[in-house]
Design a protein around this ligand. Structure first.
Ligand SMILES: C[S@@+](CC[C@H](N)C(=O)[O-])C[C@H]1O[C@@H](n2cnc3c(N)ncnc32)[C@H](O)[C@@H]1O
Length: 424
């Protein structure tokens, strides 16, 4: 059955039937899952499909992720990745042009690439989406400088790049992401005895003294002697994390950047260095000072990561915390060299979508984006021209739907809603 036939109403208006006539006759191969199959996997060339989506899917996608052939000069088992640079650009241009109208007003496109075509892709995207809508170029660290890569002349290549373009930068809805910090920020070195006591009576001492007392030592020096510096530091950090409401740092406020009332409080606090002073700020944490310095709480830096409390920091444009090694088994499909880590897609989807939003991947490969979108409760649309659309993506997505994928992110998540597989 064709999609055209499936969606035809008994008495379509002339305009609507003209639109329908313009659609290609995609052949539905199969459906998976209960109820209406909202998500779609298309086996076919993405250019025709993206163009044909224009009416039905215009402005629908909050996130478009593309991981096109990088033009690495290699010939992979599943596809050929060697063409002249100009031919690569000519392949990409119409596809990007066809993707642009499919983005939601507050949506964004994420384009993964290595440095072979980075410059060309950026220029192309600047043209299609507008340079003013470029949000960031993220450096994604894929590997370390080991093994055969080190024999090439010049610096060892260990990175991909992720170009991020908003459909409209002013409207883009960024869901701020945090990442766990390596080690603790040593500036959080002060212990507040009782954060629930009236602020006027707050008392402070070094964090390490409080940790030593907690562990039954008379001093931090004694604990270091007994345990060795690395182990003692580890224990102090664990203690701080477990009692984050008590752990603070003092930070000089940027006098020029704060409101007049806050400046007055800073002046007063400098004049009475032993007193704790504060002012309430609507919708924000209180502005608390001692000796002219702000009191900042470790608790405000702690978030749940993978079910455990961790000290986090805002995500930057260098992503070196997502391993590309050890992903061979993710999704239960073998797609050597080209498969991307599910954690990478989880981050991309989390920063650009909410549950039930739509995600598009027109170079689906082994189906990583679609599998992660599905596990995260997003609706998705994927296109893949290779035979692996049916031999990798489809079975992978079927396993996810059945809650049988225990690899990658959110193992065993059993999403709702089915999907259909069509041939373009
Ligand atoms: C780098 S791989 C994507 C890998 C994917 N992100 C994953 O994690 O599995 C690029 C994919 O784009 C597909 N592809 C290339 N040209 C295409 C086209 N014109 N239409 C649809 N798919 C295409 C290739 O077959 C290949 O599977």
């Amino acid at each position: 059955m064709t999609l055209e036939a499936r969606t035809q109403s008994p008495a379509p208006s002339r305009a609507r039937s003209a639109k329908r006539r313009a659609k290609p006759a995609w052949t539905e191969l199969r459906r998976h899952g209960e109820g209406y199959a909202e998500s779609t996997l298309v086996h076919g060339d993405n250019l025709d499909v993206l163009r044909a989506m224009r009416d039905e899917y215009a402005g629908r996608f909050s996130c478009i992720y593309i991981d096109p052939p990088f033009n690495t000069g290699r010939r992979f088992e599943q596809y050929d990745d060697a063409r002249p640079s100009e031919a690569w650009v000519e392949m990409m241009r119409p596809r990007l042009e066809a993707m642009a109208p499919l983005l939601a007003d507050d949506g964004a496109l994420f384009a993964e690439i290595d440095d072979t075509q980075l410059a060309h892709l950026q220029l192309l995207c600047d043209r299609v989406f507008g340079a003013h809508n470029r949000v960031s170029t993220v450096t994604v660290v894929r590997s370390a400088a080991t093994g055969h890569k080190a024999i090439n002349a010049g610096p060892v290549h260990v990175t991909d790049f992720l170009l991020i373009y908003a459909r409209d930068r002013k409207k883009w809805r960024y869901r701020a992401q945090k990442r766990p910090r390596e080690g603790m920020d040593r500036a959080y070195g002060t212990w507040l005895d009782d954060p629930d006591a009236p602020r006027e009576s707050w008392t402070f001492r070094p964090l390490r003294s409080a940790a030593a007392e907690h562990h039954g030592y008379t001093s931090s020096r004694e604990a270091t002697r007994d345990l060795g510096a690395p182990e003692w530091t580890r224990r102090v950090e664990a203690f701080a994390l477990a009692h984050a409401r008590h752990v603070v740092r003092f930070a000089q406020p940027r006098y020029d950047a704060i409101a007049r009332a806050a400046q007055r409080l800073v002046d007063a606090s400098r004049g009475a260095p032993d007193r704790v002073m504060w002012m309430a700020r609507p919708g924000r944490p209180d502005f608390i000072l001692k000796g002219g310095n702000r009191i900042l709480f470790l608790a405000d830096k702690v978030a749940d990561v993978d079910g455990r409390p961790s000290v986090v920091e805002p995500l930057t444009n260098v992503w070196d915390d997502i391993p590309f090694q050890g992903i061979a088994r993710e999704g239960g499909v073998v797609f050597s060299r080209n498969k991307k880590p599910e954690r990478l897609l989880e981050r991309v989807i989390a920063m650009s979508t909410s549950p039930r939003d739509w995600v598009l991947d027109p170079f689906a490969g082994s189906g990583t984006t679609l599998a992660v979108a599905s596990k995260m409760g997003r609706r998705w649309f994927g296109i893949e021209s290779g035979a692996h659309a049916l031999t990798m993506c489809e079975p992978r997505l079927e396993r996810v739907l059945a809650g049988r994928d225990v690899s990658g992110v959110r193992p065993g998540a059993a999403p709702r809603g089915g999907f259909r597989v069509v041939r373009a």
